[in-house]
Ligand binder design. Sequence first.
Ligand code: AP5
Ligand code: MG
Ligand code: ZN
Length: 215
Amino acid sequence: MRLIFLGAPGAGKGTQARALAAQQGIPQIATGDMLREAVAKGSRLGTEAKAYMDRGALVPDEVVVGLVAERLGRSDTKPGFILDGFPRTVVQAEALERLLKEREIEVDRVVFFDVSEGELLRRLTGRRVCRGCGATYHVVFSPPERAGKCDRCGGELYQRDDDSEATVRRRLVVYTEQTSPLLDYYQSRGLLARVAGEGSPEEIGRAVVRAVRGR
Ligand code: AP5
Ligand code: MG
Ligand code: ZN
């Protein structure tokens, strides 16, 4: 099972990818998470990436493609993978196609999460993430049992630096300009499956499974 999860910031890619990857025993490859790890470590790559991320801009294609190429080379991707937040530009999609071709594999399905802009804003500005295990919460839609603490590991919950309203608006513009052309790109290759991204996470999870099987 080799999948791409596509959608605007806040569409629920991470929430759904995490659940499906755990259920299927395949890795979730989230470039945003990988970049945030690099930032937390203070590596050179992290320092370079942070300047783009804080502005809500995309990190340069060659940087992200390099990260993904290295990650796909690891053996845990053999049974499959879910790419979450990559590719995000046509240049990245073309690079991915080349990477997979070298390995003589193909993407099975591209799942697009369709969510309205008002809902995206509500989700992102209320999101909280666990510093310990990366679990995602929402102050209204999926609050933790104890405010500020992760239900699963007790870790501290924080708000991502790029989840302020101004940066979220910028990310949405960047999505429309640079990422939404991928809908046509994958539609024309017969790979795109559209999932209504509003509803309970469980309902959406079932729609994803149907979309993935319906091939
Ligand atoms: P990245 O981390 O990928 O962020 P994003 O694409 O902007 O998407 P998000 O993670 O914000 O949203 P999501 O769809 O995962 O939603 P989630 O499930 O968390 O990228 C961050 C930055 O890194 C970029 O801006 C860029 O700078 C850089 N970057 C990353 N990849 C790159 C690439 N390929 N190329 C270049 N640069 C790159 O859900 C959101 C919230 O909604 C949560 O609070 C959640 O609890 C809640 N929620 C989820 N589902 C539901 C539901 N069904 N109902 C109600 N609430 C829900
Ligand atoms: Mg995410
Ligand atoms: Zn946690």
